[in-house]
Ligand binder design. Structure first.
Ligand code: BGC
Length: 912
């Protein structure tokens, strides 16, 4: 025994000593140990760590099976040793998977010297119900007559006995409306606003929860409450409700597996009971009314007597649209205590949480039965310091709590969320203190992937604001804003921000879900609705820059994550949108239909001196038409669809010719001489090579005319700095980034913003506001500068040679005003980082490249001999190969590892 132990320790020691690669971060479909996947070939990924530079995988082996030990029992797949460098998204390819089962897997790899790593720790995934036929449950609706005005939240309950020892138990659940489920008085899971928002008629998600530890032998109770939510609540501004239906309904089943292997299913059916309770009213925009006196005390516990409750109805509602959930659910995140509680000049009692956030406030209170507290939410105080709610339009954002009156009570809303930094509190019994209030941010649980910081505090605050714009507006769907009577999945806003979002957080699953809804709601003629899920009934569909979400987002996701699945999933939708534009064009000129244009661009009043900020909407449309064609062509190429690639390339040629004929003068001036016109024409390669430089200089002239200010709106802004850097005006890009006066990115920061504003001047320098009907203080669109900050200022990028950072390009562009820029990104392969500093005319660049990837690193230097890496001249570093010198950079090829380059600043660089 001792001998074997000694021997195995020796073996272990030698493997550790020689092992170069270690494995961690095992994921299945981008999720860690996911429950409820309805896939026959879920895809497995891992990350490698290497103790040496240039760590690469040359082969892998995967074993999957039903037993955690993954020994010879119940193995369902052995990949065998596969010669491949692929370490992300390997499809499971074993025996057919069964519903409701957990499958374990582990992997080992071989490095470039043929050395095997140790086996990874096992990870697992679990299948869901796999097909609609596995729903044994019946849809249930309340058996009582609903108060059709207030529509209080229905409660459903069922008591059941567990007779034997349980091995495991799962709850599969979905609803029309939002649900919150409890077993034996404890909330199931930690997800909020479930089942999320999708194009319900086509795709209604269910969730799977492990409820093993919540059940016990003996009597148990399950209780579920429902809220109107997106299903039938008020949506959009025009008294629009019941969009998906009038009746809330529940579908749930608990599948218990006993220790002896038997299974039993408890399903929603005629035997359940229904009633109403404390939640008397609940709307996403307006908030909730909770009368604790009407709470059905004890209803979530076994033994409660529900004889006064109503029966339930079991209407025939289809289950064919039910799908499982792949995106991360909404969860609770940061919490905030008030930084100040004060009386406004108007005498209101207001608490300031210091951050504009989206979520809810929990109130702790003691008082008499029937005391009622009103909590109202606002983003900002007005000029005089009063609570300002005008920009919320019709959204009341108000929660009302009526106390039960038995000691300390705690309230928080269940089926609503609010966008706020401030709350106004009315009717609080006694003195309101910080300990009575907690604000909690709610957003989709997308893993954090990026970080970005600089030597400039205002830019750091800008990054903070971009991140909070993302948190607040990634609440199951990407929304324009989270506070007024809108909160909709505006397609334009989403396409503008998608790439930036992919730096800050892992957003693949989030967007893959939303893109499937986009395809589901796309109109028959190929137009994409202005909002997804489409609750505007196709109104405003087909606008350039909005509908293009159909092509831009899949392509950006492909670049950011390297996953061709999104391209396959969306291909028909991309094509339908492009075909629509083609059909709507005459001689390849698309100048007929209606557009939003360069939404919210800046234009001063009485601007008579010939400067131009307005961009012809059809000029914009022609640029986006070309860009969507290009995305489609790129996609056809990746998917090996040569026929489409050729067909659409020929169309693109003609679309560009039509653009030149219609919008460009023979001398190279665009008919709209605005920043956005030049930016789009240059970014989307609309102009022939020989006319690009002059167009870029016209753009710069325009920027100078406005005193180094941008004038772009939603469509021009994301590409503005990219175009400037690309055409040799990086200094102007930095000037715009660092511009502090309106219009600029830093103006709101200087005004104290903690999120990105909808408008460049939401609040004017004198404290007054822009027009209240369109003035959100949490709109991520202008945060799209984040993409330039990561990809250009810090220089972290990938390319089509190895999308998803299999091949990395580090090309930082230092610029005047910043002396230190540091960014990192958790990619599918591990962390990529880039950190440059300039000091006393020396530049250092620290780079980290994860194992199993390769990189081209662009070092800003006059020559290779002027660079040292670590303490050695560059040419003595055997892991690095200088491949060329290009435009002020020395380009080296690198494998994984950490590198530190130092050089003198090239003369061409502006002094910091
Ligand atoms: C939204 C925008 C959206 C726009 C369409 C607004 O009401 O808030 O962000 O893109 O309408 O132009």
């Amino acid at each position: 025994m001792k001998k074997t132990l000694l021997l195995s320790s020796l073996v272990l020691l030698t493997t550790i000593a020689t092992a170069q690669l270690t494995i961690d971060h095992l994921q299945c479909e981008n999720l860690v140990n996911p429950l409820g996947l309805d896939l026959q070939h879920p895809r497995l990924s891992w990350q490698l760590k290497s103790d040496k530079r240039n760590g690469r995988q040359t082969a892998y082996e995967i074993i999957a099976g039903e037993a955690p030990a993954l020994n010879n029992i119940a193995v369902t797949w052995r990949s065998g040793k596969v010669a491949s460098s692929q370490s992300i998204r390997i499809p499971y390819n074993g025996t057919a998977l069964q519903a409701g089962k957990r499958y374990y897997w582990k992997v080992r790899v071989w490095d470039q010297e043929g050395k095997a790593s140790a086996w990874s720790q096992p990870a697992w995934w679990e299948t869901g119900l796999l097909q609609p036929a596995n729903w044994k449950a019946k849809w249930i609706t309340p058996g009582y007559v609903e108060d059709s005005i207030r529509r209080p939240s229905p409660l459903f309950r069922k008591q059941f006995a567990v007779k034997k020892k349980i091995k495991s138990a799962r709850l599969y659940i979905t609803s029309q409306g939002l649900y919150r489920a409890f077993i034996n008085d404890k909330m199931v899971g930690d997800s909020y606003l479930t089942p999320g928002w999708t194009s319900y008629k086509h795709r209604l998600q269910y969730q799977t929860y492990d409820v093993t530890s919540q059940l016990s032998q003996g009597n148990n109770a399950i209780g579920v409450m429902l809220g109107s939510g997106w299903f039938r609540g008020y949506l959009a501004w025009a008294n629009n409700h019941d969009y998906y239906g009038k009746k809330l309904a529940l579908l749930a089943q608990v599948v218990i597996t006993y220790a002896d292997g038997q299974t039993e299913t408890l399903s929603t059916d005629e035997s359940w009971r229904s009633a109403t309770g404390a939640i008397r009213y609940s709307e996403i925009y307006n908030g909730e009314i909770n009368d604790a006196r009407l709470d059905k005390t004890g209803w979530l516990t076994a033994g409660y007597d529900d004889k006064d409750w109503s029966s339930v109805a079991t209407p025939a509602i289809s289950k064919d649209n039910i799908i499982t959930t792949y995106n991360e659910p909404v969860k609770k995140h940061e919490t905030f205590k008030p930084i100040k509680i004060f009386r406004t000049p108007q005498g209101d009692l207001v608490a300031d949480f210091g951050q504009n956030l989206v979520g809810l406030v929990t109130v702790k209170v003691s008082g008499k039965a029937g005391d009622s507290i009103v909590i109202q939410h606002a983003e900002i105080l007005d000029k005089q310091g009063n609570f300002y709610t005008e920009n919320l339009r019709a959204a009341r954002q108000e929660n009302i709590y009526v106390l039960k009156g038995n000691g300390e009570e705690s309230f928080e809303p269940v089926f609503t969320f609010q966008g706020f930094r401030y709350i106004r509190v009315k009717g609080f019994p006694g003195e309101l203190k910080p300990e009575h209030l907690t604000a909690t941010a709610l957003y989709s649980d997308m893993p954090l992937t990026g970080s970005f910081s600089t030597s400039h505090p205002l830019i750091n605050q800008l990054q903070h604001n971009i991140e909070w714009g993302q948190k607040g507006n990634f609440l199951d769907v990407p929304t324009d804003c989270p506070q007024r009577d809108e909160r909709l999945g505006w397609t334009g806003d989403a396409q503008v921000f998608a790439r930036t979002a992919s730096f800050n957080r892992q957003v693949y699953n989030f967007f893959a879900k939303w893109m499937a809804d986009l395809a589901a709601d796309q109109l028959k003629d190929g137009r994409v609705p202005a909002v997804i899920p489409d609750v505007l009934r196709g109104d405003a569909a087909g606008s350039a820059g909005w509908s293009d979400a159909a092509t831009i987002i899949p392509w950006q996701l492909y670049l950011a994550y390297g996953d061709t699945a999104i391209l396959r999933q969306q291909y028909a939708s991309m094509k339908a949108w492009v075909d629509f534009m083609q059909q709507a064009s005459k001689d390849y000129l698309w100048n007929t239909t209606w557009h939003f244009g360069d939404w919210l661009f800046y234009r001063p009043n009485d601007d008579n001196d010939g400067r131009s900020a307005i961009t012809d909407k059809h000029l914009i449309a022609q640029c986006f038409f070309a860009n969507s064609l290009q995305m489609l062509i790129n996609t056809a190429k990746v998917l090996d669809n040569t026929a489409d690639e050729k067909t659409y390339a020929a169309v693109l040629e003609k679309v560009k010719q039509a653009f030149l004929k219609e919008y460009l003068t023979p001398n190279g001036r665009l008919v709209s001489s605005s920043q956005t016109a030049y930016v789009l024409a240059l970014h989307f390669d609309m102009l022939p090579d020989n006319l690009r430089a002059q167009a870029a200089s016209r753009l710069v002239e325009n920027i100078k005319d406005y005193g180094y200010h941008l004038t772009t709106g939603f469509l021009g802004t994301p590409y503005l700095c990219h175009v400037l850097t690309r055409f040799g005006y990086n200094d102007i890009a930095y000037r715009l980034l660092l511009q502090e006066s309106y219009p600029s990115w830093l103006y709101p920061v200087k005004m104290g913003a903690t999120t990105i504003w909808e408008r460049w001047d939401g609040q004017k320098p004198d404290g007054s506001f822009q027009t209240p009907t369109m003035n959100s203080f949490n709109h991520y669109a202008y945060g799209a500068i984040g993409d330039w900050m990561y990809r250009v200022a810090a220089g972290i990028d990938t390319d089509t040679a190895g999308p998803g950072y299999k091949h990395i390009r580090i090309k930082p562009y230092p610029g005047k005003g910043l002396t230190d820029v540091k960014a990192s990104l958790q990619t599918g392969y591990g962390v990529v980082s880039s950190h440059w500093t300039t000091q006393n005319n020396r530049l250092t660049l620290e780079v980290e490249i994860p194992a199993n990837t390769s990189a081209d690193i662009y070092i800003p230097a006059s020559s290779a001999t002027a660079i040292i890496e670590g303490f050695m001249p560059l040419d003595e570093i055997k892991e690095l190969t200088v491949i060329r010198q290009e435009g002020g950079y020395v380009v080296v090829q690198a494998g994984s590892g950490k590198y530190r380059f130092a050089t003198s600043l090239p003369l061409s660089y502006p002094a910091p």
